[in-house]
Design a protein around this ligand. Structure first.
Ligand code: UDP
Length: 335
């Protein structure tokens, strides 16, 4: 039986995609260096290979050993702020790393790729909702590294016959509704887990700026459930398997949601107030970012199931409530 190789399959979005692949009856091999991912998060995979994406020998062996005929490439660094401080690290990991994966695919004749991209390829929006045609002018190294690979892919398609679907995530959020997987970043910087922790009295919380030119002064974002993102990967793979063309899709709910809307949703769902301080704006935060996902709905039939912000927050809270230290044990978390 052929397999799908999932790089970064021990990470947040990757692990949810692995579960979805496994539920679709596909054989899954996770390839991850566990620098940010968690071994336990790979429990739905059929096989696990610990390795660096730039280690060509290990990567090519994994492809051969497991008869891989498609790759989902999630393994990357993902912090906008860090990418501004350490662009070299981001170019090394996200550009050289992805090129190493492409090299291995070409060498081993793997013809299909689903590539994780980001709303950060667009930079400051010139119009919203953001469609696939929106100008691409990243304002940080993170967005540049993802765009560099997006731009390479059509050339690999023409020269080597490698077909790809690029998925540009807006704000991935929530956790597996079955409670088997969730978000576990160290440190956790994302809005929803931070606001949940504040409601549970575990941490302090700041809104980064309430003087934006938006209805309530806080940034508008497009929160999309990680399980809905995972489902989009399955559709992308099915399309490539059916001989469909290379494509790029924006993935969001199309619903602009403010930081205050999220805080209110957390208070409603958790049933406790969120103690909020107003802090300064965070560097590199555009005021408004939300997607049009009309194209993937129309072309691949993507239908998000967990659109409501309360539903997204409820799944995130359920995970964080049961697993306060994420995948680590309480003892590990104290060290
Ligand atoms: N945010 C905030 N306080 C926090 C974390 C995030 O006010 O502790 C804001 C952030 O400025 C942005 C939104 O919440 O407007 C979403 O941020 P997040 O880091 O979750 O995702 P990003 O938009 O950076 O991908």
């Amino acid at each position: 039986m052929t397999s799908v190789l999932v790089t970064g399959g021990a990470g947040y979005i990757g692990s949810h995609a692995v579960k979805a692949l496994s539920e679709s009856g596909l054989r899954v091999v996770v390839y991850d260096n566990l620098s940010a991912g968690h071994r336990e998060a790979t429990r739905f995979a059929d096989a696990f290979v610990e390795g660096e994406i730039q280690d060509a020998d290990t990567l090519r062996s994994a492809i051969r050993d497991h008869d891989v005929d498609a790759v989902m490439h999630f393994a990357a660094w993902l912090s906008v702020g860090d990418s501004v401080r350490d662009p070299a690290g981001y170019y090394r990991n996200n550009v050289m790393g992805a090129l190493a994966v492409l090299d291995a695919m070409v060498a081993e004749h793997v013809p299909r790729l689903v590539f994780s991209s980001t709303a950060a390829v667009f930079g400051n929006p010139v119009e919203t909702p953001i469609t696939e045609e929106h100008p691409k002018q990243p304002i940080n190294a993170y967005g540049e590294t993802k765009l560099a690979i997006e731009r390479a892919l059509p050339h690999y398609g023409r020269a080597y016959g490698l077909r790809s679907v690029v998925l540009r995530y807006f704000n991935a959020a929530g956790a597996d509704p079955d409670g088997a997987l969730g978000e576990d970043h160290d440190p956790e910087l994302h809005l929803i887990p931070r606001a949940v922790d504040a409601a549970l009295g575990r941490d302090s919380f700041q809104i980064f700026g309430d003087d934006y030119d938006t209805p309530d002064g806080t940034c508008l974002r497009d929160y999309v459930h990680v399980t809905d993102l995972a489902a989009a990967h399955i559709l992308a793979l099915e399309s490539l398997r059916a001989g469909g063309p290379s494509a790029r899709y924006n993935l969001g709910n199309g619903q602009p949601t403010s930081v205050r809307d999220v805080v209110d949703a957390v208070a409603r769902v958790v049933g406790r107030q969120v103690p909020v301080a107003i802090g300064p704006r965070r560097d590199g935060d555009p005021a408004v970012l939300f997607a049009s996902s009309a194209r993937i709905k129309q072309e691949l039939g993507w239908k998000p199931r967990f659109e409501h912000i309360d539903t997204i927050v409820r799944t995130a809270w359920a995970w964080r409530d049961v697993r306060p230290a994420g995948y680590r044990t309480a003892a590990q978390a104290e060290r």
